[in-house]
Design a protein around this ligand. Structure first.
Ligand SMILES: Cc1ncc(COP(=O)(O)O)c(C=O)c1O
Length: 299
């Protein structure tokens, strides 16, 4: 990863290499952290953060679900994000705020342990590449929604995503596709899934999948473009018979899926509706579409 100079840690700008924590921090052992992945892009008016307020809201929701008593208000963390971008003179890249139970308690219930909060930023290009990807339906299922809070972005939840990702990569695929406990489609390890059939766009309803902010962007674009977008549960076969399929995520942006297991989707390349949605999304986050100016916070 490409380093920058400073990390915001518990209210201070700390040199990147000195942003350290104790080896007995609770979160290191049990995954008791919550985090966000946010992107910023260079625009004609300078660096712009995409849907900052929505990300900070989800971060605070995740923290509340873990009974974290936040010592900062949402606006203060949003300002700290902007300050960290400015301090590092970052043009475009990725922003990782994380809140975690730190040192001082080792039982499974961390409530009352110290909280640490960090914000790191660094340049990070395309996550899954520019071309249509090959995904593998993996043998691991998505964590049951009653085994966690599926709406929260909790570090411990990502053990499941790591298993899925490793299995897909070891089998020579670009990314995993994960089914839920009913054997139906849920999402990628770090992406929401969409598919297109006869001009209608579909995505999985909330409940078993992370309420992705890019998912919401794409649904908003569909509404604005008069493209019907429907939330519905789906079996794997429905996805495999789609005309187009794609992943959305802050890191993945809008990435076409050209193949699921050994089945080609559409022409195996980015389809026309996916391309349209991707082009509008990328123009919006790069400040080139005034209709979505309200998505952006300038640093
Ligand atoms: C499991 C999972 N699903 C979906 C997403 C996409 O969410 P967003 O668009 O908010 O980045 C992510 C990324 O945060 C994720 O980790």
């Amino acid at each position: 990863m490409e380093e920058t100079e400073f990390i915001w840690l518990d209210g201070q700008m700390v040199p990147w290499k000195e942003a350290k924590i104790h080896v007995l921090a609770h979160a290191l052992h049990y995954g008791s952290g919550v985090f966000e992945g946010i992107r910023c892009y260079m625009t004609d008016k300078g660096t712009a953060v995409v849907r900052l307020q929505d990300h900070i809201k989800r971060l605070f929701f995740s923290a509340t679900s873990f009974r974290m008593k936040m010592p900062y208000k949402e606006a203060e963390i949003a300002k700290a994000v902007i300050d960290t971008i400015r301090k590092n003179e970052l043009d475009a890249g990725y922003i990782r705020p994380i809140i975690f139970y730190g040192y001082g308690k080792m039982g499974l219930n961390p409530v009352g342990a110290d909280l640490n909060i960090a914000i790191a930023v660094w340049p990070w290009g395309s996550y899954l590449g520019e071309n249509a990807i090959k995904v593998k339906t993996v043998s691991f299922i998505r964590t049951h929604p009653k085994s966690t809070n599926p709406d929260a972005k909790i570090t411990g939840n990502y053990a499941n995503s790591i298993f899925c990702s490793i299995e897909a990569k070891e089998a020579g695929f670009d990314e995993a596709l994960v089914l839920d406990y009913k054997g139906e489609v849920s999402e990628g390890p770090g992406e929401n899934v969409f598919w297109v059939k006869k001009g209608t766009v579909f995505t999985i309803p909330l409940g078993t999948v992370l309420p992705g902010i890019t998912r919401k962007c794409v649904m908003d674009i569909c509404a604005d473009e008069g493209i019907k977008c429907v939330e519905k549960d789906a079996k794997l076969a429905e996805l495999k018979q789609a005309d187009e399929a794609f992943y959305t995520g802050t890191a993945a942006e809008v990435t076409a899926i050209g193949q699921i297991d050994s089945d080609t989707i559409g022409e195996g390349d980015i389809g026309p509706i996916t391309k349209k949605l991707r082009d509008i999304y990328l123009a919006a986050v790069k400040g080139k579409n005034p209709r979505y100016g309200h998505w952006l916070t300038y640093a």
